[in-house]
Design a protein. Structure first.
Length: 369
């Protein structure tokens, strides 16, 4: 008698993949609606929404998935449309941060394509419009980023209002937004207000920027927002924080490494972009501690030089690597990763959510772009 074929089982990986696809579909649906609203004002206004749609078409949806697992860890149903909209709001929030970040950093590219302000600048040049194309590009991108942030808040407010804890969800979302703005300011301040040469001070400043500009909005808050929307109590949220705080910092430390050593074909950014932008990351702080005075002076001279040649980038890369700064940051990533995974074991949540979060954490800790 023939053996009947086995029934395929839906795994957590399959469900996570389906959720990621659903986030993309929902985002397209929402932005199509917003595009229609822009067109009702003027066809000339639609590029604002179209620019956002193009930017959010890519990406790993890490923040969306973190919120989804945070939701499930607190007992939420994986297919609830509430968490889908909250995840979309987080993706739009990130897109707004990227648009503004590229303006602040004078970045020409994002994900292998022209950054939003450069795309608007090119639009001006191609049309032969009057006045300065660069100023138009930045102005249009600022408005696009502001619009994206507003859309994010609009979508999240709807999800929060449908949850069991609207005030808590809105409060954490507001905290996230404030922290990112403060962190971004501290980042650009460090580029112009050259700190003292004390390595401990430089390290503390770099970690503060890392934490509030990126780590918390990338990992800590998405997980916490998912939990709050699902009714998580204070004890569970505290365990979420013990897991997500070190993971978020490890995530951004890896981003700092990629900003100097990353492969442009993988990262979509030129090699050494962080050096040209003058980023005073922990990598640089460790270099102040480990290199000779003349080598430190060489690194300082390179930071913030927009015309830094590939050969000069290679020279700084060599100094950071041979001097031990890169190894220190990589060691910090490992330590933070271990702390995060150890905290996850102790978290009082469903085993399925733990497995999903561990898998996601390991992907984050092994990221290459």
């Amino acid at each position: 008698m023939p053996v009947p074929p086995s029934v395929p089982q839906t795994t957590d990986v399959d469900r996570e993949s389906a959720f990621v696809q659903a986030v993309g579909v929902r985002m397209v649906e929402l932005l199509d609606g917003y595009r229609g609203r822009a067109a009702a004002i003027s066809d000339s206004a639609t590029p604002l929404v179209e620019s956002i749609a193009g930017l959010v078409r890519g990406g790993k949806r890490m923040r969306a998935v973190l919120s989804w697992w945070g939701w499930q860890g607190a007992g939420g149903h994986p297919d609830d449309p509430l968490i889908l909209d909250a995840a979309v709001a987080l993706e739009l929030f990130q897109a707004a941060a990227l648009i503004h970040d590229d303006i602040l950093d004078r970045s020409d590219t994002r994900r292998g394509a022209p950054s939003i302000h450069r795309a608007f600048e090119a639009r001006h040049q191609q049309a032969g419009w009057r006045q300065d194309p660069g100023h138009f590009g930045v102005s249009a991108a600022v408005l696009t980023g502001d619009l994206c942030l507003s859309l994010s808040e609009e979508v999240f407010a709807s999800a929060a209002d449908a949850s069991t804890n609207p005030a808590g969800a809105r409060g954490l979302f507001n905290e996230m937004r404030f922290e990112v703005m403060a962190g971004q300011y501290l980042d650009i301040l460090d580029e112009v207000e050259v700190p003292g040469q004390d390595p401990a001070e430089a390290l503390q400043r770099a970690r503060t920027v890392l934490r509030f500009k990126s780590a918390r909005y990338s990992v800590v808050h998405p997980l916490g927002l998912g939990g709050i929307l699902s009714g998580a109590d204070g004890d569970l949220l505290e365990h979420y924080g013990r897991f997500s705080a070190p993971l978020g910092e490890a995530f951004q430390l890896q981003d700092d490494l990629l900003g100097v050593f990353g492969d442009p074909a993988v990262t979509g950014k030129p090699a050494g972009d962080d050096l040209r932008e003058g980023k005073r990351t922990e990598l640089v702080a460790h270099a102040l501690d480990l290199l000779t005075p003349s080598q430190v002076a060489e690194v300082e001279a390179a930071l913030g030089d927009p015309d830094l040649t590939p050969e000069a980038v290679s020279r700084i890369q060599t100094l950071l690597e041979s001097g031990g700064a890169r190894a220190r940051v990589e060691s910090e990533v490992l330590e933070l990763g271990d702390a995060s995974l150890a905290a996850l074991v102790e978290a009082p949540m469903d085993q399925g959510a733990k497995v999903g979060l561990e898998r996601l954490a390991r992907q984050i800790l092994d990221r290459k772009h």
